[in-house]
Design a protein around this ligand. Structure first.
Ligand SMILES: [Fe+2]
Length: 347
């Protein structure tokens, strides 16, 4: 079953060249955060369609329709060389770098190829579309230069700690905005600028877990029985913890939508015994699941359906590992839009 949850999209040399030219064009315009670039990305995605073969179009359509947990894109190219540095540069330096802008632009283009829109939440990542994922705050298996022992390290993609299986926040709702809050991202896309130790991103497709869980437990996960803590990467003073929320809901596109975080979710005090048993059973299945490892490099990018799969990673081994992440909304998602271009939504 899990095989049908993951697909691969390999580009041939001509396609890779066109993709690279388009990504460079978008990066030269300023990348995902620059006004006007989203529509350029959509236009490039349309221009790329005729040079894709039928099976490539089919897997993109399956991802667009919410039928896949993950889509691994490979055999892409990057202009010039980009040797791994001795130490991870400062976040601000990286954010300005041409290579990060190039990879971010390519991610935006790949999202557009799968009919997703890149966006940012107002409450998360300082309202920026591009998130650089790396050990900027400590907690990796090797200390950063000057890293102090015994300081509390935040649980976020800017630290080196292990991140247990989770879907991306916010956790208030999926697909359609509720009570003035936008849904969780429909998808995320990750590429790597550097990954010298080949450290994998781990994916757990949820369909098999829900099928093993059984119908009555699954039904209990649709009750408002779960609490979650606030994410460490939210803007200071924004983004609340949640009380008595649901984890699972029916969704016509893909069959279901789930929100969960192994290090933030707990049982609400007023939850029923049935909900408690279902939560325990779900967590046991996630614990026992064999995650699928995907090693990212500059020539690959991984699209993850955030309603249908958990993702996570182990403690970082090499502090120079740097991923470039964007969130995407599917054509079904209905957020609270604060700014159209670049797309910014209320979290
Ligand atoms: Fe994550």
């Amino acid at each position: 079953m899990q095989d049908s949850e993951v697909a691969y999209l390999k580009f041939d040399q001509d396609q890779a060249r066109t993709l690279a030219a388009a990504s460079q064009y978008l990066a030269d315009l300023g990348g995902p955060q620059a006004p006007g670039v989203a529509s350029q990305a959509r236009q490039w995605a349309q221009r790329l369609q005729p040079i894709l073969d039928a099976s490539q179009k089919a897997v993109l359509q399956r991802f667009a329709d919410g039928q896949l947990s993950a889509l691994m894109c490979s055999q892409m190219t990057c202009p010039g060389s980009d040797p791994v540095p001795e130490h991870l540069p400062q976040l601000a330096t990286l954010a300005q770098s041409e290579r990060c802008l190039y990879l971010a632009s390519r991610n935006q283009l790949l999202l557009a190829l799968a009919s997703y829109r890149a966006f940012a939440f107002d409450i998360d990542n300082e309202g920026q579309i591009v998130r650089l994922v790396g050990n900027f705050k400590g907690g990796g298996s090797v200390p950063r230069p000057g890293e102090e022992h015994n300081t509390r390290i935040e649980l976020s993609s800017h630290a080196g700690l292990r991140l247990g299986p989770h879907t991306e926040a916010p956790y208030n709702c999926s697909v359609v905005a509720r009570e003035g809050r936008s849904p969780a991202p429909s998808a995320l896309i990750l590429s790597a600028r550097w990954n010298p130790a080949n450290e994998p991103t781990r994916i757990i497709p949820l369909r098999g877990i829900l099928e093993q869980l059984g119908s009555l437990h699954a039904l209990a996960l649709t009750s408002a029985s779960f609490d979650f803590t606030r994410s460490d990467c939210f803007v200071a003073g924004q983004g609340d913890a949640g009380k008595a929320t649901t984890m699972l809901q029916f969704d016509p596109n893909g069959g279901f939508s789930l929100r969960y975080n192994s290090y933030r979710f707990s049982l609400n005090d007023h939850a029923s015994d049935a909900a408690a048993r279902a939560f325990d059973a779900f967590q046991a299945l996630v614990r026992d699941a064999q995650p699928l490892p995907f090693v990212l490099q500059p020539d690959t990018a991984l699209l993850v359906n955030n309603n249908r799969a958990l993702h996570g990673r182990d403690i970082l081994q090499d502090n120079r590992r740097l991923l470039v992440r964007l969130f995407g909304y599917s054509r079904f998602a209905s957020p609270v839009v604060l700014n159209d271009d670049p797309l910014l939504v209320r979290g």
